[in-house]
Design a protein around this ligand. Structure first.
Ligand code: SIN
Length: 281
């Protein structure tokens, strides 16, 4: 279906579309309907030069649904709804530097994340996305049937817990915290039906999935690793080069993302709002 009030250009055959011809602070109803459709169709949508104030960022997010405040990220001062995704010049680790799906550790994972670029390095700091529709659809019939009956355990503990990947060190302090807010294991189907598109998508991810429900970690590992290798085939992915004021909105039910950590010695500051979602089936 074509678009009449916005311009939509696909980034790759795998996922992603860049939208132009809109000011996100003044969307007409028809533009809003088309932006919504592009989000569902492409899994992640990108906009340039949308220098939104924090209030406008929050207002845009609320059009999509209630805000799901992340319990581990340091918020922007005065705006608890906005999480800071920050890396300072002297810091080595970045946030989101591995393939993952935001909030899959929650019983009702966030439906989407709206990331706005405040400060970007001259080179590097791109974000990569992978389509979990494309990954699912390219699996063999036999494996698709096997996965349909499975659920998987996801957890926040190995990432945000006191001993997790983002445990408190000089490098993480002030960026990620609240290890006490870890809630541990939740389960989701391994294949979900997207609540808006009706399409099936693979719903496990390297960041937060621990094992298949009823399987040990050792038994789960070979199949999970196979799925992870498969899901990141280049033809399922796209890559976004940030510019100040650019905004990406991705669908956590249909994509994974990965923040490239290739800009040591430079600063990168992004503002992220996560929009609440529902339980997945
Ligand atoms: C995230 O994983 O939510 C952050 C992505 C990024 O900073 O590019």
């Amino acid at each position: 279906m074509t678009y009449e009030t916005i311009q939509v250009r696909r980034v790759t055959g795998g996922c992603g579309a860049e939208i132009s011809g809109v000011d996100l602070t003044r969307l007409s109803n028809r533009q809003w309907d088309e932006v919504r459709r592009a989000f569902v169709d492409h899994g992640v949508i990108f906009f340039r030069d949308q220098d939104l104030s924090p209030e406008q960022h929050i207002q845009f997010a609320r059009r999509w649904g209630p805000i799901d405040i992340n319990r581990f990220f340091t918020p922007v001062e005065g705006y608890p709804e906005i999480a800071e995704v920050r890396k300072e010049k002297a810091q080595k680790t970045n946030i989101g530097g591995g393939w993952h799906t935001d909030h899959s550790y929650d019983p009702a994972p966030a439906m989407g994340s709206i990331l706005l670029a405040r400060e970007v390095p001259d080179e590097g700091g791109d974000t990569l996305f992978a389509s979990m529709y494309a990954a699912y659809e390219a699996l063999s019939d036999g494996l698709r049937q096997t996965l349909e009956g499975l659920r998987a355990i996801h957890s926040d503990e190995h990432v945000f817990g006191a001993k997790g990947y983002h445990k408190q060190t000089a490098d993480t302090v002030g960026r990620i915290g609240n290890a006490h807010a870890v809630r541990g294991d939740v389960t989701h189907p391994v294949v979900i039906t997207h609540p808006e598109s009706g399409r099936k998508a693979l719903y496990v991810n390297p960041g937060f999935t621990v094992r298949f429900d009823g399987w040990s970690e050792a038994d789960s590992k070979p199949l999970l690793e196979h799925l992870y290798r498969h899901a990141t085939r280049p033809e399922f992915t796209c890559r976004f080069r940030w510019t100040p004021g650019a905004l990406a909105f991705w669908d956590n039910r249909a994509t994974w993302h990965y923040a490239a950590n290739d800009y040591h010695g430079e600063q990168r500051l992004m503002h992220r709002i996560t929009v609440a979602g529902c339980t997945l089936s």
